[in-house]
Design a protein around this ligand. Structure first.
Ligand code: FPP
Length: 252
């Protein structure tokens, strides 16, 4: 599909769900309460994507660096993930959502890993929305793993070093089978990527809001979509080239 043929609805949205801790602190509650409120906002986001016909949603639930948080907060997040996996998967399945996980899965407990695998198996055939949960995920780690896979392929004689190009890397990186995110949303007021999908976000439109993640509502998501629809995505080309592509794409 050419750049100009992009519809106003992003095919793939990637989200950094930031601000749970501050939301709780503002209410003088433990940070874990903020994460619990954050889990409710996840449902708001999934409902919105289903209603608008977004094909893929990737949520940054837990970064490689988040393991370094205080043990009680990590423990509360693990309980929350386990609870969500136990409670939500049947309903997601019923609504046609395919669930999958990216990141270093081996760092989770066997019980959580088993639940992740079961959720993936149960929802494998669903096509309405592809929900990707990035858990123990880091963008640099993702690129390093792709480099390792390339090296292994070269070592085994399946690939020549001189054939390594962007496509070869892209084929070995997480989400290779999905369109790259069209829109990146970050709540919580910070304007950074924080080691999220570093490779995949190369041409993604970035959108930030000061709203804290537990405060997320459909109106805010709609604002992000409206803003996205107004942007001109040039993918390194000029406006004139994009306009010419658009007229080529328009049926006579
Ligand atoms: C960042 O807020 C958020 C997280 C590290 C965890 C995200 C988890 C959830 C939204 C809950 C459940 C998710 C799923 C997929 C079931 P922060 O704690 O860094 O907030 P702060 O910047 O205000 O401290």
């Amino acid at each position: 599909m050419s750049a100009a043929a992009d519809s106003a609805i992003p095919r793939h949205i990637a989200v950094i769900m930031d601000g749970n801790g501050r939301w709780a602190q503002q209410r003088r509650r433990p940070r874990a309460i903020g994460h619990r409120a954050g889990a409710r906002a996840v449902n708001v986001c999934i409902d919105f994507c289903l209603e608008r016909g977004v094909q893929a949603l990737t949520l940054f639930a837990f970064s490689s660096e988040n393991w370094g948080r205080p043990a009680d907060e990590v423990g509360a997040l693990m309980k929350l993930f386990m609870g969500a996996l136990e409670r939500e998967v049947d309903e997601l399945d019923r609504r046609g959502v395919r669930v999958r996980f990216i990141g270093e899965r081996e760092r989770f407990s066997p019980a959580i890993r088993e639940r992740m695998a079961a959720a993936e198996r149960q929802t494998l055939g669903n096509t309405r929305l592809h929900l990707v949960v990035a858990a123990s995920y880091g963008g640099r780690q993702d690129i390093a793993m792709a480099a390792r896979a390339l090296a292994q392929d070269v070592q085994a004689g399946r690939l020549r070093a001189e054939d390594i190009d962007e496509r070869a890397v892209a084929a070995r990186i997480s989400l290779a089978d999905l369109p790259a995110p069209d829109l990146f949303i970050r709540t919580g007021g910070d304007h950074r990527i924080s080691n999220f999908l570093l490779w995949q976000l190369a041409y993604t439109e970035l959108w930030f809001t000061d709203l804290l993640w537990p405060e997320l509502d459909a109106a805010t998501l709609q604002q992000a979509l409206d803003d996205y629809a107004r942007r001109e995505r040039r993918f390194g080309l000029t406006s004139a080239q994009i306009a010419a592509q658009a007229s080529e794409d328009t049926p006579a």
